[in-house]
Write a protein that binds this ligand. Structure first.
Ligand SMILES: Cc1cc2nc3c(=O)[nH]c(=O)nc-3n(C[C@H](O)[C@H](O)[C@H](O)COP(=O)(O)OP(=O)(O)OC[C@H]3O[C@@H](n4cnc5c(N)ncnc54)[C@H](O)[C@@H]3O)c2cc1C
Length: 404
């Protein structure tokens, strides 16, 4: 087991600086434009790929060569400090990769993960499709069905997925579908839908409040046939698992939950990046802006806002790093990831809202970035488990009871 330490190693310090420079020099200058355009920013993702910041090798490097688990949150905090919409355009594929890693065999990881990213000059995207139009938090209510066609050794997928990051644009879609509706969420399995598969199409594209450079759309599956080898984990394992569940024996966590458990500290690190961006920006502003003959920060009521947010930022980073470290040691007990995400989402909303307050009228305009950061921040209370779902996970973990 690797000791928990707050001292980042040389590699992590270098990584943090490298990502920060990209965020400051590439993301920040373009962020407002892509927010207005509300289109997927392929040139920005290509630029990230050209320096090695978008690609499976980068993900493998920061995950494999890091026994502490801290490299990922360090990189994500810096990237999302730059901009969350562009950050999500670069990192959204990671959710599909986490879905493949959570349920797939090593051979499936090797086959599909590189295809999620493509290569510099021809980047590809991945999408993780769990939520449906009438089922986000309530994973028992997913409706997309997967039926096995024994004659052709294919799985046939039918249904609509909602709110999917990179949905319909992606080369590789990872779809969570119901195999046995009688088993609730324990009857789910995850499937890779390979590039160019017939029967998968993009439904409506959502016009969003924030992270507008990130693409979010419905994914429609209409008799979408995928080869048997696209079932993540394989049929033998699935049959064994379903048999155990039918006999009332404890099974593994279901497919979507396994993915979210792995990604919550990362989502929290992204929110932390937004919170820190707003804090730093408004702190500088408060030192410059004069009212009643002195910089506004000389008012205790303003300075104390910064004192509180600085303290919250440090506390949140500790939660995020602890969850990431525990995750790496495979010692996460569920609630640590949820605590980190709950806290970081709320802080991002609070810090960006306070930043708008500090900037006064300017803060409310699109001339300054804080209103965009505030719009971006809110998603962290909603996706990958809403505020209330994190509270549910935490309250169950601390009480040992089935809180409803
Ligand atoms: C921009 C964006 C990107 C997304 N990307 C993806 C993606 O890539 N893949 C994917 O699969 N999904 C994605 N989602 C979906 C997202 O994860 C869901 O929106 C989220 O899980 C909430 O589900 P819902 O929208 O159905 O809300 P609901 O589940 O209907 O919840 C509505 C409200 O009720 C509350 N609530 C629900 N149940 C309970 C309960 N038991 N106790 C207390 N309160 C409760 C919720 O907290 C929320 O406040 C994305 C969503 C957005 C907006």
């Amino acid at each position: 087991m690797t000791e928990f330490s707050l001292d980042l190693n040389e590699d992590q310090l270098t990584l943090g600086k490298w990502v920060h420079d990209f965020a400051a020099n590439v993301l920040r200058p373009q962020a407002a434009e892509w927010d207005e355009r509300e289109e997927f920013p392929y040139p920005v993702v290509e630029e990230a790929a050209s320096i090695g910041l978008y690609g499976w090798e980068f993900m493998a490097e920061i995950m494999r060569n890091d026994p502490t688990g801290l490299s990922t949150p360090v990189a994500l905090e810096e990237l999302f400090w730059g901009d969350a919409g562009l950050g999500m355009a670069i990192m959204g594929t990671g959710l599909a990769v986490a879905g493949i890693a959570a349920s797939g065999s090593q051979a499936q990881v090797i086959e599909w993960v590189p295809q999620c990213y493509g290569s510099p000059g021809a980047v590809a995207l991945g999408a993780f499709c769990a939520s449906g139009p009438d089922a986000g938090s309530d994973v028992n209510a997913y409706r997309t069905r997967a039926r096995y066609d024994e004659a052709t050794d294919e799985w046939v997928l039918n249904g609509t997925k909602a709110w999917i990051t990179n949905g319909g644009l992606a080369a590789v879609h990872v779809v969570v579908a119901v195999v046995d509706p009688g088993l609730g969420s324990k009857g789910h399995a995850s499937f890779v839908v390979p590039p160019g598969t017939k029967g998968l199409s993009m439904g409506q594209k959502y016009a969003k409040h924030g992270i507008r450079a990130s693409h979010t759309a419905e994914v429609v599956l209409d008799d979408c046939r995928v080869p048997g080898r696209c079932l993540l984990g394989g049929k033998e394992k699935l049959d064994e698992r379903l048999a155990r569940v039918r006999e009332g024996k404890p099974g593994n966590a279901q497919a979507a939950m396994q993915t979210f458990e792995a990604t919550r500290p990362s989502m929290a690190a992204q929110a932390l990046g937004i919170a820190r961006a707003a804090y730093e920006y408004s702190l500088e502003y408060a030192k410059e802006r004069h009212a009643f003959g002195r910089p506004i920060i000389h008012n205790q009521s303003i300075a104390f806002m910064f004192a509180d947010i600085a303290t919250e930022l440090e506390a949140t980073r500790m939660l995020v790093w602890r969850a990431a470290w525990l995750g790496k040691q495979k010692r996460i007990h569920n609630a640590e990831g949820s605590m980190a995400k709950l806290k970081a989402g709320r802080l991002a909303v609070h810090s960006t809202e306070r930043a708008m307050q500090i900037l006064g009228g300017y803060g409310y305009t699109r001339e300054y970035p804080v209103e965009r950061w505030h719009r971006d921040a809110k998603i962290y209370d909603i996706f990958e488990g809403t505020e209330q779902i994190q509270q549910l996970v935490i309250s169950r973990a601390i009480s040992g009871l089935r809180i409803e």
